[in-house]
Design a binder for this molecule. Structure first.
Ligand code: SDX
Length: 429
């Protein structure tokens, strides 16, 4: 990784601290600060804005140029020419599968779609109004209970079966969660259907006349692909930190599900639709843009901005195309929500406030409109994100635990009380 160094001069120290600089195959150099604790000093970086938490070979993002590579392949090419299960294989194995490897992977995933009986029954313990993200967080954790005894994460085959089970069962959990909310009985997964087709079937089929629209199935598969992985985002970092304790991998993924729920992260797609509903009419857009620019107003334009992308999110471009395809197929091109979103996007992209802060639509801006058109209720949007992100989470977990790793244990800048003696109750005012 080269022999470049940074030298840190600390007031009062006799000499500079020499810190190795590690160079990547793509992107920014990093300064290895591990030795600083021996010098009695920590770095301070709330929100990890300038911190690389690990090294990884899986996904690369160039935020300034709107680039997203999965194992070196641009997301635009994958979205156009690949499919979700092939992308899952790529994320896990680091290479595109041969025809034989691809069909074997598809077969093993299809064979793993069913749930342990206890988990299928568990969903009925929730009220029909329970939020789907809370349900799928619980059900994912319940997989940890079912798949714990005998699981040895130091064994490669155990790690691989865990990855396949999670990728296979997450859409089953998602469909189960949706149908519970609709007061409908669960539908058993079918091994004869593709990944997205089976998800649509187990979600929406109410009788044998249900037909899978191939345009919608392709759009669903692409939505899963666009959400599959995204470097060290908040939920993936949560999975890595939880996994670094050696915990059951299903519980580490459940921690990632919980983290994704937040409106600043995966919950933004649901928040976009709520925001558009609050705006209510294109006539109100200017008022809401003004609110977004007012630093005393907590309102943010959901689906806009990103910690890394300071250019267009390449996923948003593909998502917007997919949105148009779906609305055209369903004959709802005149969808007022879409028209409002497009007008909001146009106004924001021309406004100096957003331009100087390099705020662009992210993947969540158009995904919600697409999912709503497909018939997915708003509160299920982040559950779809969970299903798409599962291969990314488990690929990062597998990458970490397949090599030597340390438990994650950040330090802090302590600003609390200095040491003081206990005051007996009778002496307190
Ligand atoms: C995802 O990390 C990932 O990769 C995440 C993700 C993934 O695939 O895993 O890509 C998925 O989470 C996408 C992001 C979804 N979230 C939203 O759409 C919520 C709305 N966006 C914002 O909350 C915000 O942009 C964040 C949280 C996404 C990023 O926040 P940052 O990097 O901490 O940026 P910031 O809060 O420091 O903002 C910088 C400036 C501020 O203004 P000033 O203080 O400089 O005056 O930009 C402003 C912010 O007020 N700003 C916005 C804004 N986002 C940032 N102003 C209005 N609307 C917005 N959406």
């Amino acid at each position: 990784m080269g022999d470049k160094h940074a030298r840190l001069f600390v007031d009062g120290a006799d000499e500079a601290i020499e810190l190795p600089i590690l160079s990547p195959s793509l992107g920014s150099d990093v300064i290895d600060i591990a030795q600083l604790t021996k010098q009695g000093i920590f770095t301070y970086d709330p929100g990890f804005v300038s911190t690389a938490s690990c090294d990884s070979n899986i996904t690369y993002i160039d935020g300034d140029n709107g680039v997203l590579l999965h194992r070196g392949y641009p997301i635009e090419q994958l979205a156009e020419r690949s499919d979700f299960l092939e992308l899952c294989y790529l994320l896990l194995e680091g290479a595109l599968p041969s025809a034989a490897q691809k069909s074997e992977f598809e077969r093993t995933i299809a064979a793993e779609r069913n749930l342990p009986a206890g988990i299928a029954n568990m969903v009925s313990s929730f009220s029909t109004g329970a939020h789907p993200m809370g349900i799928i967080t619980a059900l994912t954790g319940a997989l940890a209970a079912e798949y714990h005894n005998g699981l040895d994460i130091t064994v490669a085959e155990d790690r691989d079966i865990t990855a396949r089970r999670l990728i296979a069962k997450m859409p089953t959990l998602a469909a189960l969660t949706y149908r519970h909310g609709q007061g409908k009985p669960p539908l058993p997964p079918r091994e004869d259907l593709g990944y997205a087709e089976n998800f649509l079937y187990t979600t929406f089929a109410d009788d044998e006349n249900y037909e899978i629209n191939p345009v919608i199935a392709r759009a669903m598969d692409r939505i899963f692909m666009l959400h599959a992985d995204h470097e060290q985002n908040a939920s993936t970092s949560t999975v890595r930190l939880a996994g670094s304790t050696g915990t059951n991998p299903y519980s580490a993924i459940a921690a990632g599900v919980a983290a994704l729920w937040g409106p600043s992260h995966g919950g933004a797609n649901e928040a976009v639709l709520s925001m558009l509903a609050d705006i209510g009419s294109p006539d109100n857009i200017d008022t809401y843009v003004a609110k977004a620019k007012d630093r005393n107003d907590p309102f943010r334009i959901m689906g806009f901005g990103h910690r890394v992308y300071k250019n267009y999110d390449p996923r948003a471009t593909v998502m917007q195309e997919t949105c148009h395809e779906v609305l055209a197929e369903l004959g709802v091109e005149a969808d007022e929500t879409l028209q409002m979103a497009q007008r909001l996007e146009k106004i924001a992209l021309e406004d100096e406030f957003f331009i100087e802060r390099r705020l662009y639509p992210n993947v969540d801006f158009y995904s919600g409109i697409t999912l709503k058109a497909i018939g997915i209720p708003t509160e299920m949007f982040t559950v779809i994100f969970v299903t798409g992100r599962t291969p990314g989470w488990i690929a990062h977990w597998k990458e970490m635990v397949s090599e030597a790793y340390k438990i994650g244990r950040p330090r802090q800048l302590y600003l609390g009380e200095t040491s003081r003696d206990y005051v007996p109750l009778e002496q307190r005012s």
